[in-house]
Design a protein around this ligand. Structure first.
Ligand code: ATP
Ligand code: MG
Length: 563
């Protein structure tokens, strides 16, 4: 899905496909798939794989399937299936009528297993899981044959049928391939391909099966069944490729998909592993899979990320075989670029300080013109109400003047954006000496362009107190304090590096009244503060909840220097 007509940048996978075209391999067909296991929500790493698989199919006029590799009903559920479909669609990709489940093929996979038994290439093994592990040997020592390795084909067929019929308890038997117990590749030492699982209700097949095929067996054969030409996957499956090839060759499947591995995406200051994300969600370190601090697609969406920004990011990181950890600044620059161009401008005050404009008539309200975008007139303008009492940000006022401070100071002047120049005449403090209010006056001749000769140091944002809407604003910081929490010191759990200040909630904010109609997820630039969107929850106790997507400038460079 390129947003412009320019072709996607090339990479080694596209080069392989180009060569396949040239040699008319697969009769010029390109068919890929995105194959998630429905055991968690998708994260930004999956976005890389989705963009690659669907992107390649699109660019080569091929097809891409969405297939759930659902072989582990214990860890899977329909909530994940639904969420994954939503995320792929939201990213802008369409599997059309090609939504599949490996469980659609359970009968066929069973028949493949029977075919292996008949070829003398699979046997029912009664060793316990622990014994199987012991017998497997090590990287330096060959494995030992199971005492059941030479069972007759007839006996194996009968036992496997009884396994299927529910005659044996969990863990008592497995079906294993007969490959090579001395192979230097551990994956080829007679891996199990079927196990017994009673009492689980599979989200697709219910209680139809009490034996389940293992992932490796299922994955490559599902690809073959679907006529996949190029099985694109991450590098950890490189060592599994000889096993996949063995299955496909031994079973003489009509299609032999070509597996090509690329490196996983890792992102600094976060984790991209479903197992770790599950831990964060289940142990309450974050508030659900769509917590805006998570690198899940659902979390990024709630945070205000756009599909375009994520697709641009995936294009920029590219596809290689080299392991690398991408800087968060790159992801943020993609969303900033998109929102700078497309987000409407609004005003919001995060740390309100009341300003009374004493010479402004008490019951007067003016509706002032404000452009929705400084560089894009087609986005139009809005009316912003001004009245006698406004809020400005506490940080935009200082009692003492200093050369560098270009905003409001005692006795000084500043322009209210889209409105007039005001002068601060008096500071009101509470009994602790805290400033609680400013008394100002305005110059009615200063609306619009700065009249000549008048020196006003700065322009600040504001909202009319009478009209503004109360809001809660959530500011997010990196989720971890370590750039690679995964690879941090071995004696520490990755959760030891969670940033205790990753969420900072401001509860007494005000946003301009035009935001009353904003829809959840709609992005805005709050002028001088960053990019924000209304949270999916929208209101919390009558207060609008806004998430900050990202600040206006790159704050990561600073963090890098500090740490
Ligand atoms: P995790 O390790 O996070 O649990 P997984 O690989 O088990 O992820 P799957 O649901 O099996 O998750 O992934 C579906 C596809 O997405 C696979 O082809 C996998 O290679 C790819 N994928 C997963 N994580 C990444 C990543 N970080 N970068 C690129 N591709 C990824
Ligand atoms: Mg996986």
């Amino acid at each position: 899905m390129s947003d412009t007509e320019k072709p996607a940048p090339s990479n080694f996978i596209r080069n392989i496909i180009d060569a396949d075209f040239a040699s008319n391999k697969n009769e010029g067909r390109v068919h890929t798939r995105f194959p998630p296991e429905p055991n968690g929500y998708l994260h930004i790493g999956h976005a890389k794989s989705i963009c690659l698989n669907f992107g390649v199919a699109q660019d080569y006029k091929g097809l891409c399937n969405l297939r759930f590799d659902d072989t582990n009903p214990h860890k899977e559920n329909i909530e994940y299936v639904t969420a994954i479909k939503e995320d792929v669609q939201w990213l802008g990709f369409d599997w059309e009528d090609r939504l599949f489940f490996s469980s659609d093929y359970f009968q066929q996979l069973h028949d493949y297993a029977v075919a292996l038994i008949k070829k003398g290439k699979a046997y029912v093994c009664e060793l316990s899981a622990e014994e199987i592990r012991e017998y497997r040997g090590t990287l330096t020592e060959p494995g030992k044959a199971s005492p059941n390795r030479d069972r007759s084909v007839e006996e194996n067929l009968e036992l496997f049928e009884q396994m299927r019929a529910g005659k044996f308890p969990d863990g008592s038997k497995v079906l294993r391939t007969k490959i090579d117990m001395a192979s230097p590749n551990m994956n080829l030492r007679d891996p199990a391909i079927y196990r017994i699982r009673h009492g689980v209700v599979h989200h697709q097949t219910g209680e139809e099966w009490c034996i389940y095929p293992m992932y490796d067996f299922t994955h490559c054969l599902s690809d073959a069944i679907e006529g996949i030409t190029h099985s694109l996957c991450t590098l950890e499956f490189e060592d599994h490729r000889p096993l996949y090839d063995w299955f496909l060759d031994t079973l003489e499947t009509p299609q032999h998909p070509q597996q090509i591995e690329f490196s996983r995406l890792s992102l600094q200051y976060t984790v991209t592993s479903k197992r770790k994300l599950t831990q964060l969600v289940e142990n309450g370190y974050v508030h659900g899979w769509d917590d805006p601090r998570l690198p899940t697609i659902a979390g990024l969406r709630r945070r205000g990320y756009t599909p375009t920004a994520l697709r641009t990011f995936c294009e920029r990181i590219g596809i290689t075989k080299a392991d690398n950890t991408v800087e968060m600044a790159l992801l943020e620059s993609c969303i900033r670029e998109d929102l700078d161009k497309n987000a409407m401008r609004r005003m919001a005050v995060l740390h309100p300080l009341k300003v009374i404009i004493e010479n402004y008539p008490e019951d007067k309200v003016e509706l002032l013109d404000a452009a929705n975008h400084p560089k894009d007139e087609s986005k139009g303008s809005r009316k912003v109400p001004l009245s006698r009492e406004v809020y400005i940000d506490t940080n935009d006022f200082r009692e003492e003047a200093s050369r560098k401070f270009k905003r409001l100071v005692s006795g000084g002047e500043v322009r209210l954006r889209n409105a007039y120049v005001i002068r601060c005449n008096e500071i009101i403090k509470d009994e602790h000496g805290e400033i609680i209010e400013l008394r100002c006056s305005y110059d009615p001749d200063t609306l619009g362009a700065n009249p000549e000769g008048r020196k006003v140091k700065g322009v600040i944002h504001w909202v009319s107190a009478q009209h503004a809407l109360p809001a809660e604003i959530r500011l997010y910081d990196r989720l971890f304090t370590h750039p690679t929490p995964d690879a941090a010191k071995e004696d520490k759990e990755f959760t030891a590096y969670l940033n205790p200040n990753s969420l900072h909630t401001l509860t007494n904010c005000y946003v301009e009244s035009n935001l009353a109609e904003a829809a959840p997820g709609e992005q805005f630039q709050f002028e001088r503060e960053g990019y924000f969107c209304l949270d999916t929850g929208g209101l919390s106790e009558g207060v609008l909840v806004y998430n900050r997507t990202v600040g206006l400038r790159d704050s990561w460079a600073k963090i890098e220097q500090k740490s």
